[in-house]
Design a binder for this molecule. Structure first.
Ligand code: ADP
Length: 505
């Protein structure tokens, strides 16, 4: 272990609804694991608390065992027991909370999307704090993420500091301000929070109605540190368009609010060691990349006639945020430009899922396009490795990880300039940007024409100048998107916050 360069060893506990690879829906899961590993490498004691879902990927947990302790947690006027499990995920100690509540909160065969999500996750937030208290832990930082564990901030100050759990500063990271988890104010009482005290405009009251509360707002108000996942998104959410009703609260608390670009877990995403690939490869040996392209084409029964036909991919949740109309457009446009197109994605929105199922049927036996409408971790790795370009035409994108993963695998990103995409992808043809930064293709306006233009420039580059394209591929593969740059920024925020608290004691 190397000790921290900015100060003493900290004890950090993340409380989250996701942790890759055991419980991953999207980027949140990647970030909890990636940031935890990076902080642990810097010598800090890092632990994670997540729900014990029935759909956990159990094979990724080492030494899972149940602890000989029953944590009792308050809910709806009664105490319920929780079984506490502990195991190691990617080298990080993880506690899994299994509520012994008749509603079987996390035994639903899915992570989110249940009608009682507000109750399930406010229950979990409280049980996690109860675990910390009853286990006698004295963390320096409790780091909660997104609306599902945003309840931790008000619960900590209102209920747990009075019980003696007062060692910690609270850090809240919002990975996406679109999801605020607001609900009728009366539901807040279930986890023991005081509805009357908190349902006020300067505390947790939602902007939309006097009788609704907003957990994300509560975490912005009650946390010591508030972060979001890129500098550009941190600016965007201060406006009415980006803030989704929270812009005034964010502006009020701007002193404690900062945008830090996510990194990626460069062990999990490494083409030189990736077990999901047909062949491992690195930037000075790109033959392996070509073999993965051939393997994917065989697997998806796409034409292999032309090695120099660009393969354009998209790996995404199909939700409006991701620019679904532009994704649809890209399929047809790529074919017109002479490329091949592969989509890996699924949608929680039934109309979108149906629409893409129709398109999928249309291309079932097509030589140059395939849609795979599911979540498939293994296939995602192969597609990053096989593709020449990855499109991310998001309407908004807090950070985005797929552009970084794509680059690590030598797939050139084509993105809309928004949020974290704007902080990580710089247009190859833009000579106002220093040449060494230019690593992809970008467009500004979310319309088909502008996107098409960026896609066309990329395809033309690929087809007309193989050497220059190869140099671009090698360059993007060697860029550093690891947590090594961003974890120290979190570390610094933690240290400063702990120091401020101590100076006041
Ligand atoms: P978001 O969190 O909004 O979904 P991010 O870009 O931050 O978007 O993270 C997306 C993560 O989820 C990436 O690791 C990506 O590879 C993965 N992913 C998205 N869709 C799929 C899918 N259908 N199958 C496998 N992995 C997926």
């Amino acid at each position: 272990l190397t000790s921290s360069t900015t100060g003493e060893r900290l004890h950090v506990i993340h409380i989250a609804a996701e942790m890759a690879p055991v419980a991953k829906v999207g980027g949140l899961g990647d970030v909890v694991t990636g940031l935890s590993k990076a902080l642990q490498r810097k010598g800090h004691l890092v632990e994670v608390i997540v729900p014990k879902y029935d759909c956990l990927q159990y094979e990724s947990i080492r030494d899972l065992k149940v602890l000989n302790m029953h944590v009792e947690s308050y809910f709806d006027g009664r105490l319920f027991k929780n079984k506490i499990w502990v195991g190691t995920v990617e080298g990080i100690p993880v506690y899994f909370i299994e509520p012994l509540h008749p509603s079987k909160f996390f035994w639903r065969n899915q992570f989110y999307g249940e009608s009682d999500d507000f109750k399930r996750f406010s229950y979990f937030s409280r049980a996690a704090l109860e675990l910390i208290l009853q286990a006698g832990k004295k963390p320096d930082i409790i780091h909660c993420h997104d609306w599902q564990t945003a309840f931790v901030a008000p619960l900590y100050w209102d209920l747990y500091v009075p019980k003696g759990l007062d060692s910690a500063r609270i850090c809240f990271t919002c990975h996406n301000f679109e999801y605020q988890g607001s609900a009728p104010a009366s539901e807040l009482g279930s986890c023991g929070l005081d509805v009357h005290q908190l349902n006020r405009p300067d505390r947790m009251q939602d902007h939309s109605a006097h009788d609704r509360v907003n957990p994300v707002k509560g975490a912005v108000v009650f946390s010591n540190i508030v972060t979001t996942v890129s500098p550009t998104y941190a600016q965007e959410v201060r406006s009415s368009e980006g803030g989704r009703g929270l812009q005034d609260t964010i502006n009020t608390y701007s002193k404690k609010f900062v945008g830090i670009l996510n990194g990626i877990d460069t062990d999990a995403w490494n083409p030189a060691t990736d077990p999901f690939l047909k062949v491992q490869y690195h930037s000075n040996d790109l033959d392996g990349k070509a073999e993965n392209k051939a393997a994917l084409r065989r697997y998806l029964q796409l034409s292999s006639a032309n090695d120099r036909q660009p393969l354009v991919a998209c790996i995404t949740r199909l939700v409006p945020q991701k620019g679904v109309h532009l994704i649809r457009h890209a399929i047809y446009r790529t074919l017109e430009l002479g490329g091949q197109f592969v989509l890996l994605g699924s949608s929680p929105v039934p109309e979108i899922q149906r629409e893409f199922e129709e398109i999928c049927d249309q291309f079932k036996t097509h030589e140059h396009a395939r849609l795979v409408l599911k979540y498939d971790e293994a296939l995602s790795h192969l597609i990053y490795a096989a593709s020449d370009m990855l499109i991310i035409p998001s309407i908004f994108e807090p950070c985005g990880l797929t552009q970084m993963i794509a680059m690590r695998y030598g797939s050139v990103p084509i993105v809309r300039k928004t949020g974290g995409l704007n902080d990580s992808v710089f247009d190859f043809d833009d000579d106002t940007i220093p040449a060494h930064y230019r690593n992809g293709y970008t467009f500004l306006t979310a319309n088909e024409q502008d996107f098409s233009n960026a896609l066309q420039r990329a395809v033309k580059h690929y087809m007309s100048d193989a050497d220059s394209w190869k140099q671009l591929v090698q360059k993007v593969m060697n860029l550093d998107f690891s947590w090594d740059s961003s974890a120290p920024l979190y570390e610094e925020l933690y240290h400063k916050s702990v120091a401020r608290a101590r100076s006041r004691k």
